[in-house]
Design a protein around this ligand. Structure first.
Ligand code: ATR
Length: 264
């Protein structure tokens, strides 16, 4: 039986096993998908096990999306540009690092029917998933990407990869059409201490978080008359792309899946 994992730290919250195991069963694939919490010094030997095919492949989540790169043989174009790997595929003796977060975000936005072209985007946060979001937004031809992170140096660092970013101080107000919460604020019901009351309405408030279903950030956006969307579809599509890479089958997105991922 083939074995797949998602590695990260922490990892308890991950819904990847539920989703992948559902699709494995649906497609009669003799494989199992599990989650495993690793310490940083355990990552190398875990990846060696994939090279030796004791493990068949893995997903990678925070905080290892960059840390896995030195142990891989090749990167896809997207993984290379973002220096972020969320899927490792074994291919004829080589380990290939892919980034399916980008296409996950793109496909989720496409389903929304919200035109991103020529829009001003404010991203909150500068953690692991942000390079992928910036990459996807640039493909959508947005007008401008503004980044705000509590630790400004981390936002500034992203300018070496994406030199036309505008960086503002955490707490500073700016006009935008779309605001994306890519911080971890909301996972434990926190509120974000930013004032959105003067930005007008009919903007898009997008949260990468999907558990809980509606963070305080989304609740506030909705209350102020804006469109809101959580990260559930992005999560589903990044998983779907990983599944396709490993098994060469496109799994179905159906209502069961939304049930599986409902945890409120
Ligand atoms: P990592 O930073 O290790 O990649 P992450 O979960 O991908 O982890 O990112 C967490 C994001 O949430 C970061 O942008 C973090 O800001 P810092 O870079 O300043 O740490 C942000 N974040 C977490 N707690 C926050 C808080 N209380 N206020 C504002 N931003 C916060």
């Amino acid at each position: 039986m083939k074995k797949y994992f998602v590695i990260g730290n922490p990892i308890d919250h991950s819904f990847s096993p539920k989703l992948h195991n559902y699709w494995l069963k649906q497609n009669n694939i003799n494989a199992i998908y599990d989650k495993i919490r690793l310490e940083k010094n355990e990552v190398e030997s875990f990846i060696k096990d994939i090279k030796e095919q004791k493990i068949n492949g893995c997903n990678v989540t925070v905080p290892f999306k960059k840390a896995v790169i030195p142990f891989l043989d090749k990167l896809s174009l997207e993984a290379n540009k973002t220096q972020s790997v969320n899927t490792i595929v074994y291919d004829d003796g080589n380990l290939i690092g892919h980034n399916t977060d980008i296409s996950g975000f793109e496909q989720a936005i496409k389903r929304l029917n919200f035109q991103m072209k020529d829009k001003k985007i404010l991203i909150l946060g500068a953690g692991g998933v942000v390079p992928s979001i910036i990459f996807a937004l640039k493909k959508m031809n947005v007008l401008k990407i503004i980044l705000s992170n509590r630790t400004k140096a981390k936002a500034e660092n992203l300018k070496s990869q994406f030199n036309d970013l505008e960086i503002i101080d955490w707490g500073d107000r700016v006009a935008f059409d779309v605001v994306i919460n890519a911080t971890s604020l909301g996972l434990k019901n926190e509120t974000i201490n930013l004032d959105f009351s003067k930005i007008g309405n009919k903007k898009l408030f997008y949260d990468i978080i999907y558990n809980p279903n509606e963070t305080n950030f989304l609740k506030e956006g909705k209350k102020l008359g804006n469109y809101t969307e959580n990260g559930k579809l992005m999560f589903i599509f990044q998983a779907l792309e990983a599944f396709k890479l490993w098994h060469r089958i496109e799994p179905k997105i159906n209502n069961d899946i939304f049930g599986i991922l409902n945890n409120d």
